[in-house]
Design a protein around this ligand. Structure first.
Ligand SMILES: Cc1ncc(COP(=O)(O)O)c(C=O)c1O
Length: 462
């Protein structure tokens, strides 16, 4: 921070890396015996915890004399570390080149290119040792291009060191040394190793807990010292199928595993309940922190690190369709309004007025293929016509078609507010209501049937 004639400012964007806040997870953490505080790393200028190691690894290479003016920063990454390094490269006057598999989303490529970085895409389906793999390409560029250096976050000691020097002391100071448990996801292991080591150096009693996605080998390795087979999972940036050198398991007391469903739905709850908009790995770490907090007692103080912003996952965890297609959507983590928005055929609510004749209702049922027809009197819902009941009445007494709908209508359908969780809708549907109405800003905006709910839960399979 600089001050000149009373003007306070930073000389470089890099001066804003670190010093992120601790925020209590009040709503999602309700009912736990102790507070859970989140170290919210999306406050870094590149939107993730990796800005810290981007800066630290570059400064370390400069100190070693391996990175000189005009040099090129090389790394194999499509993710947050790339963005952190690309930012540091601009601010420090280096070139940057990133190598990644061609399966990465175009947004990630554009993001790196926005900082003027070069991007090399390699075929996804080749072994790491193949000359065309992204790892081999990165090594080749670093070896052949004068002044180019491979950052290698998985093996670079400057990665955990960055957290020992900054994130660890920040948490210690922010909690006035009262922290009892620290929880973080593990990818390279740099975060948990650096912070865990610093915290244990201050107070060896602090529990350091790793969060691991189901499918990764890290939990099994920590507990048995043996390698196992990895399986795919959807949570990004964490979990491995090998043991990175930057991960020192001696500072990790235990590892809690979390599946895709629980981790990703927790990320959605953090946005909806605590207004903390983060990625899937943050949801996983939070879920694990809550498990730890449940056993921790009232005097504990749990800190969980949330690595990045949810904006990087708008087409994934924060997208209802993607969650549904992957059979991960939890109705409690979505609203009645988004349930309505997800209906394959979006249309205005089909309804009749109380005084209209039954034949009008029959025509609407036929024309729009609806099973339930809400009956309105002005802006109020006063009843419901059920397709089966209308047909039965019309067949037994054709003259009834001229009668007003309110003469045969049933009780009105229950109404839920648009912002209520979708599981409230599910509960009402399970209680023999064939459908529920959704109210937004004082007006009924749509109807949700049992079939809509099933389609929502089961995706294209219902
Ligand atoms: C989104 C996200 N979460 C968590 C991590 C894990 O942090 P670390 O690599 O320090 O173990 C990463 C690392 O890539 C990440 O990108």
């Amino acid at each position: 921070m600089s001050t000149l004639d009373g003007v306070t400012y930073y000389k470089s964007i890099l001066d804003t890396v670190g010093n992120t806040p601790l925020v209590q997870l009040k709503e999602t953490g309700k009912g736990l015996p102790c507070p859970v505080l989140a170290k919210v790393e999306f406050f870094n200028p590149g939107g993730s915890v990796k800005d810290r190691i981007g800066l630290a690894m570059v400064e370390d290479m400069e100190r070693q004399g391996r990175l000189k003016p005009g040099g090129t920063i090389v790394e194999c990454t499509s993710g947050n570390t790339g963005l952190g390094l690309a930012m540091v490269a601009v601010a420090r006057g280096y070139r940057a080149a990133f190598c990644m598999p061609d399966k990465v989303s175009s947004e990630k490529v554009y993001l790196l290119k926005a900082f003027g970085a070069e991007v090399f895409l390699s075929p996804t389906a080749v072994e790491p040792t193949h000359p065309d793999s992204y790892y081999s390409v990165a090594k080749r560029i670093a070896a052949e291009r004068p002044g180019a250096v491979l950052m290698d976050q998985y093996n670079n000691p400057a990665n955990p060191a960055a957290h020992y020097a900054t994130t660890g002391p920040e948490i210690w100071k922010q909690t006035a040394g009262k922290i009892t448990h620290f929880v973080a996801g593990m990818g390279t292991g740099g975060t948990i190793t650096g912070i865990g080591r610093y915290l244990k150096d201050q107070n060896p009693k602090i529990q350091v807990i790793g969060a691991d996605p189901v499918g990764s080998i890290l939990k099994h390795y920590k507990e048995t010292g043996e390698m196992s087979e990895a399986h795919t999972y959807k949570i990004e940036g964490v979990g491995e199928d090998f043991i990175p050198k930057a991960l020192d398991f001696s500072v990790v007391d235990r590892v809690i595993q979390c599946n895709d469903h629980d981790g990703l739905n927790m990320a959605r709850r953090l946005a909806r309940e605590d207004a903390v908009f983060v990625g899937g790995s943050a949801g996983m770490a939070t879920w694990c922190a809550f498990q730890a907090a449940k056993d921790a007692g009232p005097d504990a103080l749990v800190v969980v690190l949330l690595p990045d912003t949810g904006e990087r996952y708008l087409t994934k965890v924060h997208n209802d369709e993607w969650m549904r297609d992957n059979h991960l959507l939890d109705p409690s983590a979505t609203s009645a309004a988004s349930l309505l928005g997800s209906k394959p055929r979006l249309r205005k609510l089909i309804s009749v007025n109380a005084g209209e004749p039954l034949k009008r209702a029959l025509a609407l049922i036929e024309q729009h293929d609806v099973s339930q027809l809400p009956v309105f009197s002005g802006a109020d819902v006063v009843g419901t016509l059920d397709e089966g009941e209308v047909l039965r009445t019309a067949l037994s007494d054709p003259k009834a078609l001229e009668k007003p709908v309110d003469s045969i209508m049933g009780a009105p359908l229950p109404v839920v507010a648009a912002n209520e969780p979708a599981d409230a809708v599910a509960k009402l549907l399970a209680m023999r209501n064939p459908a529920v109405l959704v109210k937004d800003n004082g007006a009924i905006t749509g109807i949700l049937t049992r079939f809509d709910m099933l389609q929502f839960i089961a995706g294209g399979e219902a």
